[in-house]
Design a protein around this ligand. Structure first.
Ligand SMILES: Nc1ncnc2c1ncn2[C@@H]1O[C@H](COP(=O)(O)OP(=O)(O)O)[C@@H](O)[C@H]1O
Ligand SMILES: [Mg+2]
Length: 377
């Protein structure tokens, strides 16, 4: 997959610009706070359906303006004609999305067409940080590959939020006065969509693990062997098989712990509590691995995300690297660039020299105060 270009109008600090990209390495280069990450945020918006920086949509509109617009053109392998995706984000009202000029119903309909893997400094804590990071890693990867996944996820989240609200009310009054049919309805919904999410995550994890292992061993030239597995809150520590009983087990877990949940005030079992267990030589990496090993594991997981995308969809996604290379030592940086050498990369950097020495064919794009200029040589 290749991102040909992106055009902006009143997006963040970019007033009106178009940026073209070539195959291989594209470096968005400039000083701090010039708009480099804003450009990646714009590109990734089309892969993710929203900002990767957790920004609200209105915050993407240039200060003082009424509407932001952006338009991305990408080419799928083997296709003759590029696809264009565009978005309008108004100050008042909902965003509008288009594919080749035809209006889409929303992000769900757009997701899955343009695929990208994003690396940013927060991802370096994918192994050392909390479980929400790892769940979100799975959710983002899977939503891009299976649009139906996003659907199950949003239905699950809705049921989960409603159930939690009920639990909170019961907690505040000190007793559960709701009819059991209400709890059964929520358990049924969360178990149905949860089983779906669980099955996809598990299937993905089983393959991702092999890919992470291979990448990590190459990156560290080491003998320590990583292994990843899915840790389900309702189905056990090392869930490895997708069983038909998953839905029933989830359903039971949601009904049989209600008293305790009301005391604690939240839903304790379900895919919103699951995690990825990352081990090195059989030991929990979060606890026992060195910081350097944890970072290498995290990078291996992100590289593996790209491999999985290729395996499942048939072509590599676009790789977006935000400020991540400058955080790495020379060996890891070289490994990442080598591993991604025949893919399209769009990276931000304050130090373009890193790339000049590595790959003479990289395209340098200078970003200054929201303005984009291509640099020769
Ligand atoms: N909605 C907005 N309107 C105008 N400028 C914005 C908006 N949001 C962020 N900015 C500006 O964008 C700049 C940061 O851009 P960013 O892409 O994060 O920088 P960097 O080049 O360091 O990656 C800051 O100067 C910030 O004030
Ligand atoms: Mg930045």
């Amino acid at each position: 997959m290749k991102c040909n270009s992106i055009a902006f109008s009143n997006f963040r600090n970019v007033e009106s610009e178009k940026c073209n990209f070539s195959d291989g390495v594209n470096v968005l280069w400039g000083k701090n706070a010039q708009g480099k990450s804003n450009i990646l945020e714009g590109i990734y918006f089309f892969a993710r359906g929203r900002s990767f920086r957790g920004a609200k949509e209105k915050e993407l509109i240039r200060f003082g303006e009424k509407e932001a617009a952006l338009s991305l053109e990408f080419l799928k392998e083997g296709d003759r004609y590029p696809v264009s995706l565009s978005a309008g984000i108004p100050q008042d009202g909902r965003k509008t999305l288009y594919r080749n000029g035809a209006k889409l119903s929303g992000s769900k309909e757009m997701m899955g067409s343009f695929r990208a893997v994003l690396f940013c400094p927060a991802h370096l804590t994918l192994v050392s940080g909390g479980p929400a990071l790892r769940r979100s890693f799975l959710d983002i990867a899977l939503s891009q590959l299976y649009p139906a996944y996003l659907d199950s996820l949003s239905r699950y989240n809705r049921a989960h939020l409603q159930r939690n609200a009920l639990i909170k009310k019961a907690q505040s009054t000190g007793k559960n006065t709701y009819d059991s049919i209400i709890w059964e309805t929520y358990a049924e919904q969360m178990a149905t969509f949860g089983a779906d999410i669980f099955a996809r995550r598990l299937e993905y994890m089983n393959e991702l693990s092999a890919s992470v292992e291979e990448l990590f061993l190459r990156m560290t030239e080491g003998r320590e062997k990583p292994s990843l597995s899915y840790r389900s809150s309702a189905l056990g520590e090392d869930a490895s098989e997708i069983t038909r009983a998953a839905k029933t087990k989830l359903y039971d877990a949601l009904l049989s712990n209600l008293d305790r949940e009301i005391i604690i005030g939240s839903s304790l079992y379900g895919v919103h509590k699951d995690d990825i267990s990352v081990r090195l030589n059989g030991k929990e990496a979060k606890v026992f691995a060195s910081q350097g090993q944890q970072r290498s594991l995290a990078l291996s997981m992100k590289l593996a995300e790209g491999e999985m995308s290729k395996k499942i969809s048939g072509e590599y996604p676009v790789f977006l690297l935000d400020d991540v290379l400058s955080e790495l030592d020379g060996d890891r940086r070289a490994f990442i660039l080598r591993s991604l050498s025949d893919r399209q990369l769009i990276v931000t950097s304050c130090e373009p020299e890193i790339f000049r020495s590595m790959d003479s064919s990289s395209r340098l794009i200078h970003v200054r105060d929201g303005k984009i200029a291509e640099v020769d040589g």
